[in-house]
Structure formats: structure tokens, C-alpha cells
Design a protein around this ligand. Structure first.
Ligand code: PRX
Length: 633
């Protein structure tokens, strides 16, 4: 039996770099790069030179109003211009920018020049819908080219996007849409998943009834299914009709380096989802530099990041970083095991993928089917592998290393967050690897493990993972909530960024992430807020109160364990369990995987009425309850 989160803290195996790879790598000498990174401003100033600026910046970093840092002060730039337009006057003009592949084996290729024209048409169409610089466009789309095109179109005209993951459902959608004040939402009829077509439009239809700011619903007719897509309401229009006749030229908006780029909602431990706000130039510099260094991107690479674009990994590393580097990015729609568990390895062989980035949960899922499937395919095109989203247990690391990397290819275990925007702690191809450790902070990043007073712990000890210096792709605030931004991230350890993770530094200084220090759940690598699940449960007439915690799961890492207090007259029988699960799925979507629901008489609370999930977790695992002095009774 696999143990999902069993990061063995005494894992001592060391895997040396692949020296052939290091010979051609951008960073051949880790120490030298680290040394350069110590002069923060000079380091990032140099990295900013890869882009075309409309006006150069005056100052790299403004720290005068911490923690509201500013990067590349007074610089003027446009992301879409640098990710697309810039390449069409080079020999990349006819190179494939986006290679879309789905589980049905269908493909669509867009060259940089084709992408340029599509982005411009959509940018003009958005302008015609009345979208102005600084306004928000929401998207609820599957992994399809129109999603990338729409995001780039927003950047081109200076609008923000707010992408909602299509695995989230009605309640989550309403909350995010209303917080972002979106005027336009772009969606699709459906998406392909494990041989079926999942209807997305019906979720939007239900949700928009409670989203008063939405003026227009743009519908991509993506699956060609007979799912009903009416244009009856007067505020719906098909994507193709919207862009019909639009000019394929559109001037890029001159954006200030600090102009907002996008909002992406993520879960905290309490309250509503947090609207993580990223701005333009620093984000561009951060994501492009890290992809280039960590995955050693060169001309000729075929890059495949399996994350959904609805999460930060997809934003930063499916779309923005690869296009900013002029790479070909593979966009896959579908399940990893459909039509069979060799589906992904088939794609690697068929297209010659060179760099492959995925999540531990996917590896654990595919491991179950054995070594047979990867053996069928020729995976020799691969040069670098990567992992993200949760700690990778050494068993999964070894399976990935042996069966996919054939014991020659390094695995970049990248630690970062929606808030950090870019990789923060990660090996480079030149690093020595230990299975289960994200190794060390990248050059230019100062991460540390501290005790509760904010003091560095000794090597070999555990504590709170913090970041000590600013970095260009850092989020700038929480949308419309500066106070929460300061309180949630910058107050616990003054002057340090509090990541919310626990970690341990081993005797070599390698960092081992041990999971969240707060109540946030990680289900199949997806961040799910306890409060969102609880409010979905309380939405059911049978439930008075609810508390949820994470329960270990061998494949998904965690699933939900819910404790509920039932109203009189209700019993926790299988039909009620079914109804409650359905309720959570309806509100939150398939990301919120329920493992267990238990009826209880009481929930452990502090005297001020806060649920102590820590006590529930300890009880569940049969561990000591720890300090119970604040417990109500
Ligand atoms: O707990 C850490 C875990 O994922 C959290 C961030 O989640 P999210 O904002 O959804 O972004 C995920 C993708 C960047 C972190 O606080 N996490 C992410 N990467 C790793 C990880 N835990 C261990 N090892 C990683 N490589």
C-alpha cells in the first residue's frame, strides 16, 4: 500500500546530475548563479533584459512601502506583445506556439503568427464588448486554445482575467465571479473527460442568475456536441460569431510594470476565497526566468505541463512562461488514463515531448497500473521531468525516475504557490537530488525555516517556511482586501513572507516540505478551503454545523473527512450521505472529494467559538490532543 504523504525524513539517497544535460544547460554552475542572486536588484535587472520594453524602468525594486513592494518602477511593457507579437518578426513566426491535443487523439496547432492573429481578433472583440483597461473578464473554460487566446487578448488590451477552474462548480463560480466584478464571462458548451462530454454551460447558466455584473456570456462551441447552447437570453454570443469580421491587428496597450495582470482565486483556511493579484512586469520576469533555468528551455524544446490552466501552474507554466520564451507548449484536454493508462506516454512518444511537468497525484495514479504502460512507448525524447503541487513521496519519485526518466533524467521538484507566482524552491538540472526534497531556494530567493519567533531553526530541525526577500513574481495584494493581505501573509513574522507551510531543513540544508500549517486541504494537489466545504454542507437542510479536515489518501494525498451536527429528525444513513456529497459537488465541484462524513453531537471549539480542527485531526489519527487549554470544555 502506498502512503501518499509519507515523506521519509531520513531519505538519504542522492542522485547525481545527468552531466550531458548539464553541459548544455543555461546554469552550469549553481554556486556562481547563487552568488549572482545575492545582488538582488542587479540579478533581476539582468533577467528583465530578455524582454522588449516600451519604456525602460527607472528602478528595479521599490521597498519604501513594505509589504507593498514594487518592481521595475515606471517601466512600460505588454505581456502579450512579448509572448506573441515579438516572435512574428523572427524565425519563430511559423513555429508552433500551441499544440492542443485531447484524449480523443484530436490535435490543433497554432503557430506564433496564427496565434498573433487570433489574439488580436479576440482583443478587438473584447474592446467592442466595452472591456476597458483595468476591467475584469472571467473565464470558465476547458483546456482549449480559446482559453489561452482569451487570456492573451486580455493582456493585450490591459484587461485583467479571472480564470475559474472548470472543475469548480456553481457556488464557487458565483463567489469568484461576484468578487471580481466581471462584466464578461467566456465559457464553452463542455469538455472531454474520460470518454464523456461534461456539460459546462449548464453550470454557467445556473450561476449567472446570481452574478449581477455579468453583461455578456461568450460561448465557445468546443465539443460539437448537442448540448443545448441557446442564444436566447440576449446576453449570450458564440465565440466564433463574436470574433467574426474583427481585424487581426490590434495595438498592444502600454502597461505600467505594476498594472494588474490577473486575479486568481485560491483558498485560505477561513473566509471566502482569496483573490490573489499579480501584476505585469515582475510576473513576466519571474516566470520566464524560472522556466528557463529549472527546465532548461532551449529552442527546439516541446514543453508539456499537465496542469489545468485554471490553477496557477497552468497560468505561469502552460501559457505565460513558455510563450515568453518562444517555446512550443502542449495543451492537453482529458484524463491521464484515457483511453488507457498509457495515454500520456503515447503523447510523449508521438510528439517528442522534451520537458514534462506534472503532479505527484498523477504519478501515484498512473503507478497503480504498473510499469507495463510506460514500457510500451519510446520516451527517449525526454530530458527533464518535474513535479509540483504537494510533497512527492519518495516511492512516487522513484517510480517516475525509473519508469519515465529511465534513471537518466532529473526530476525538478518545484515548491511554490499561487501567491509566489513562480518557482521558489527547486533544484536545477545541475543539482544533486534527494527523492522527496524540493532541495534549495533558487538563486535570487531567500527561503528559510523558522521557529515561532521567526528565528532560523538549526539544520535538522523543522518549523515554518518563510521567504525573506522580495521576488519579482510575488503577488501584490489580495483583490480589494489589502488588510487581509497584510494580516494573512506578513504579520506572523514581521518582515518575512509566511507561506503557510511547515518544512524541515536537513543536515545539508535541503528543504523538506511537510504540508500546510493551516487548515487548507490539498486534494490531488488542488487547494481546497475547509470553510468553502463547510458552508456547502451547512447549505443542506439537515446540517446545523460542519467541520472538515483532510484525511490521508494513497492517490489523492488528501480527501475530505467531514463532521456534521444534524438537525433533529435526521439520521446519517446512506441516502443522507449521498445527498450531502451531492450538495458539496454541486457547490464546489469534483475537486472536493469526500472520503467520509460522520455525524457528531458536538464540535471542539475555542471559547470564542472557533472550530479547533487540530483536535479533530489528532482524534482522527488517534494521536495526543496536544494543548487543549483554549478548548471550550
Ligand atoms: O503546501 C504547498 C503545496 O502547495 C501549496 C500551494 O498551493 P497552490 O497555491 O494551489 O499552488 C500549487 C502549485 C504551485 C504550497 O503551500 N506545494 C506546492 N508545490 C509543492 C508543495 N508541497 C511540497 N512540494 C512541492 N513541490
Amino acid at each position: 500500500m502506498l502512503k501518499a504523504t509519507s515523506v521519509l525524513l531520513d531519505e538519504r539517497r542522492i542522485f547525481k546530475p545527468n552531466y550531458e544535460l548539464v553541459e548544455e544547460a543555461h546554469i552550469k554552475n549553481w554556486e556562481a548563479e547563487l552568488e549572482k542572486g545575492k545582488d538582488l536588484e542587479k540579478y533581476w535587472a539582468e533577467k528583465s533584459e530578455q524582454f522588449e520594453w516600451f519604456k525602460p524602468w527607472d528602478k528595479v525594486l521599490d521597498e519604501s512601502n513594505k509589504p507593498f513592494y514594487k518592481w521595475f518602477v515606471n517601466g512600460k511593457i505588454n505581456l502579450a506583445y512579448n509572448a506573441v507579437d515579438r516572435w512574428i518578426s523572427t524565425d519563430k513566426r511559423n513555429q508552433v506556439a500551441i499544440l492542443y491535443v485531447n484524449e480523443r487523439g484530436e490535435e490543433k496547432k497554432l503557430t506564433y503568427f496564427e496565434l498573433y492573429r487570433e489574439v488580436n481578433k479576440m482583443a478587438n472583440a473584447l474592446k467592442n464588448l466595452g472591456i476597458k483597461k483595468g476591467e475584469t473578464v472571467s473565464m470558465y473554460l476547458p483546456m482549449c486554445p480559446q482559453l489561452l487566446i482569451s487570456m492573451l487578448a486580455c493582456n493585450k488590451i490591459g484587461a485583467m482575467h479571472s480564470v475559474v477552474y472548470s472543475g469548480l462548480s456553481v457556488g464557487a463560480f458565483i463567489e469568484r465571479m461576484n468578487d471580481a466584478n466581471a462584466k464578461v464571462v467566456i465559457t464553452a458548451d463542455g469538455t472531454f473527460r474520460r470518454g464523456k462530454i461534461i456539460n459546462l454551460k449548464n453550470i454557467v447558466d445556473e450561476a449567472v442568475l446570481q452574478c449581477p455584473t455579468i453583461e455578456t456570456i461568450v460561448v465557445v462551441n468546443h465539443t460539437g456536441s448537442d448540448i443545448e447552447v441557446s442564444e436566447l437570453s440576449g446576453r449570450e454570443i458564440f465565440y466564433d460569431r463574436l470574433i467574426e469580421g474583427e481585424s487581426d491587428e490590434c495595438e498592444a496597450e502600454e502597461m505600467d510594470a505594476e498594472d494588474p495582470l490577473f486575479i486568481l482565486y485560491t483558498s485560505g483556511s477561513t473566509g471566502k476565497p482569496k483573490g490573489v493579484l499579480h501584476t505585469t512586469a515582475g510576473y513576466m520576469v519571474g516566470v520566464a526566468t524560472t522556466l528557463k533555468h529549472v527546465f532548461d528551455i532551449h529552442d527546439g524544446d516541446l514543453w508539456w505541463c499537465t496542469a489545468d490552466i485554471g490553477w496557477i501552474t497552468g497560468h505561469s507554466y502552460v501559457i505565460y512562461a513558455p510563450l515568453l520564451l518562444g517555446t512550443t507548449t502542449l495543451v492537453y484536454e482529458g484524463a491521464p488514463d484515457f483511453p488507457d493508462p498509457g495515454a500520456w506516454w503515447n503523447i510523449v512518444e508521438k510528439y517528442g515531448v522534451t520537458k514534462f511537468y506534472t503532479a505527484p497525484t498523477a504519478i501515484r495514479h498512473l503507478m497503480r497500473f504498473g510499469e507495463k504502460y510506460p514500457q510500451i512507448y519510446n520516451l527517449s525524447s525526454l530530458k527533464v521531468l518535474g513535479s509540483v503541487g504537494e510533497p512527492i513521496n519518495p516511492e512516487a519519485w522513484m517510480w517516475f525516475y525509473k519508469n519515465i526518466g529511465k534513471e537518466k533524467i532529473p526530476i525538478m521538484d518545484t515548491w511554490w504557490q499561487t501567491e509566489t507566482g513562480m518557482h521558489m524552491i527547486s533544484p536545477l538540472p545541475v543539482s544533486n537530488l534527494k527523492p522527496g526534497s524540493a532541495t534549495m531556494p533558487l538563486p535570487g530567493i531567500e527561503a528559510d525555516v523558522v521557529d515561532k519567533n521567526g528565528k532560523s531553526v538549526d539544520l535538522g530541525k523543522g518549523g515554518y517556511l518563510v521567504i525573506k526577500n522580495p521576488w519579482p513574481a510575488m503577488f501584490r495584494t489580495l483583490y480589494k482586501d489589502k488588510e487581509r493581505f497584510v494580516k494573512a501573509y506578513w504579520s506572523e513574522f514581521p518582515g518575512l513572507y509566511q507561506s503557510g507551510d511547515m518544512a524541515r531543513k536537513d543536515e545539508d540544508g535541503y528543504i523538506w516540505i511537510q504540508g500546510r500549517s493551516d487548515d487548507v486541504l490539498k486534494i490531488a494537489g488542488h487547494r481546497v478551503g475547509t470553510s468553502e466545504v463547510e458552508s456547502a454542507l451547512v447549505g443542506h437542510p439537515a446540517v446545523v454545523e460542519a467541520a472538515v479536515i483532510g484525511k490521508e489518501d494513497p492517490i489523492k494525498g488528501q480527501v475530505i473527512k467531514a463532521f456534521v451536527i444534524l438537525k433533529e429528525g435526521y439520521d446519517m444513513d446512506s441516502s443522507l450521505i449521498g445527498e450531502l456529497s451531492k450538495q458539496v459537488r454541486h457547490e464546489l465541484g469534483p475537486v472536493a472529494v469526500i472520503g467520509d462524513i460522520e455525524a457528531v453531537e458536538k464540535l471542539p471549539k475555542t471559547r470564542s467559538g472557533k472550530i479547533m480542527r487540530r483536535i479533530l485531526r489528532a482524534q482522527e489519527k488517534g494521536e495526543e490532543l496536544g494543548d487543549t487549554s483554549t478548548l471550550e470544555e
